[in-house]
Design a protein around this ligand. Structure first.
Ligand SMILES: Nc1nc2c(ncn2[C@@H]2O[C@H](COP(=O)(O)OP(=O)(O)O)[C@@H](O)[C@H]2O)c(=O)[nH]1
Ligand SMILES: *[C@@H]1O[C@H](CO)[C@@H](O)[C@H](O)[C@H]1NC(C)=O
Ligand SMILES: *[C@@H]1O[C@H](CO)[C@@H](O)[C@H](O)[C@H]1NC(C)=O
Ligand SMILES: [Mg+2]
Length: 440
């Protein structure tokens, strides 16, 4: 990034929004750029903002599914504050930091989302030219320091650097935090966050902006491009809300984020290839297991033996049988063990041999050459898409990856889902409830 005089870059341009008229004689196709913007991407993001439109943005900073949830939270906050959400790329924190970021719109179908949900959004690369060397100074809210007590700085993210943003943060007021002074919860409610989107409470909460790291500019939080450092912990009423049926960030937003055609088609192709079905035929009904291991081994303190921590395969198999029974009862469809996929971050080959011995199919990205054919992001994206399009899903309790897949299987396919408990011996021991199909 070159150093440009920052003085000109933090004021809104003094241009009035003009309606961009597309010459109908030349341009019969869909407009080239979003109606929420003045035109194609500009070097400073401010040049592209409409004066009759307000925007909201935020950054990501965790595993991919956490980040998907964070963008869903941003979209929900945008919906309730009548702002257009500006969404960044996904950052490769868990797949190798050297992998390139992947645009949101390559993974999800943005135009279908806007149409189905009526929630407006644009992607950052539509707003600001990704090749721009202009640094934009901007004021943002620091939510992180208002909700936790260990890190005395705003939540970090790779996104602002990529966007060429030099951010002056204002610490959010203490009332952002749902449970005052409680160190074990980090939720701030959507409506607490929304108070800062309007002048009355904004005015009472500004005045302590910290200088930006690059140019040491001090700016109150932006009103045109409202921004918050981190919204993963935003909730409507309680933490871990994606687990609950009422969650508005899922019901009104997340549910409408369908895969892009490229992702959906590739996932369907994988299912057919792995099961030996013709590529041009229908995808058969199937069940997917997500066995989340990896860094979850850091949560094993209740397990007396290391092997007691994650659920053993026979325990998972019991959940698979429950799903098979439910689908048979509810839909009259028989899904054999040969149509059960295993997806996992487990690397132990012996464990995978045991999976195959169960009669289940490994979604094997090495054998399928996924990275070479589709890039570093696709193993995780395809596993998520495969999970989401089954008629049954067995997930791992406390994994956001599993939670999103379970919700998709339920809402998109009226499918059957179970979460396997883990962390100690017999953690998933449960009585099969005969009175109800819904065995949580
Ligand atoms: N390809 C693949 N990657 C996985 C799988 N499970 C976990 N991972 C990786 O581990 C990360 C876990 O972080 P996240 O997506 O936030 O989900 P969570 O940690 O389970 O809540 C994923 O984003 C993947 O990079 C899996 O079944 N398949
Ligand atoms: C907020 O402060 C600005 C600038 O001081 C002022 O113009 C505006 O009227 C204030 N709004 C409210 C609702 O107090
Ligand atoms: C989005 O969905 C629409 C309607 O299903 C489809 O026509 C379009 O090709 C999709 N776009 C992408 C990028 O997947
Ligand atoms: Mg995670």
């Amino acid at each position: 990034m070159v150093s440009l005089p920052p003085s000109v870059l933090f004021a809104s341009p003094v241009v009035e929004a003009e309606i961009v008229v597309v010459d109908e004689h030349v341009e019969l196709a869909a407009p080239k750029y979003s109606p929420y913007l003045r035109g194609p991407p500009t070097d400073s993001f401010r040049e592209n903002l409409r004066s009759d439109t307000k925007y909201i943005t935020s950054w990501i900073s965790a595993g991919w599914n956490n980040d998907v949830m964070t963008y869903m939270n941003l979209l929900y906050l945008g919906k309730i504050t009548d702002r257009v959400s500006v969404i960044g790329t996904f950052t490769p924190s868990h797949i190798g930091g050297d992998a390139p970021p992947i645009p949101f719109g390559e993974v999800f179908n943005v135009s279908k989302f806007i149409q189905d949900s009526d929630v407006p959004m644009v992607e950052w690369d539509e707003v600001k030219n990704p090749d721009s060397e202009t640094i934009d100074a901007i004021g943002c809210w620091n939510v992180w320091e208002a909700v936790q007590y260990y890190e005395h700085y705003p939540r970090g993210s790779a996104i602002p650097d990529w966007l060429g943003l030099d951010i002056s943060y204002t610490r959010g007021p203490d009332w952002l935090k749902l449970i005052p002074n409680y160190e074990h919860d980090k939720c701030s409610t959507f409506w607490a966050l929304a108070r800062l989107a309007y002048p009355q409470d904004r005015n009472k909460s500004i005045g302590n902006a910290q200088p930006s790291p690059q140019y040491h500019i001090t700016l109150d939080p932006d009103e045109h491009m409202l921004c918050y450092d981190y919204l993963y912990y935003a909730c409507a009423q309680q933490s871990f809300e994606f687990d609950y049926d009422y969650a508005p960030q899922w019901k009104d937003v997340g549910k409408h984020l369908y895969w892009s055609d490229h992702v959906a088609d590739t996932a369907a192709l994988y299912v057919k290839q792995l099961l030996g079905y013709p590529e041009d035929g229908e995808t058969p009904p199937y069940i997917t297991i997500h066995a989340r291991h990896g860094d979850f081994s850091g949560w094993c303190w209740e397990a007396e033996q290391p092997e007691d921590c994650f659920a053993p395969l026979p325990v998972i198999a019991r959940r698979v049988r429950e799903i098979q029974d439910e689908i048979r009862m509810r839909k009259g469809i028989e899904i054999p063990d040969s149509h059960v996929f295993m997806t996992s971050d487990e690397r132990d080959e012996k464990w995978w041999d045991d999976v195959k011995a169960m009669g289940w199919v490994k979604v094997d990205h090495t054998a399928m050459n996924t990275v070479e054919l589709y890039g570093r992001w696709f193993p995780v994206i395809l596993d998520a898409a495969i999970q989401s399009n089954g008629l049954g899903f067995v997930g791992t309790d406390r994994s956001t990856f599993s939670v999103l897949s379970a919700r998709r299987v339920t809402d998109w396919h009226d499918g059957a889902t179970r979460m396997v408990k883990w962390g100690k011996k017999d953690a998933d021991a449960h009585r099969k409830r005969l009175d109800s199909l819904d065995t949580p």
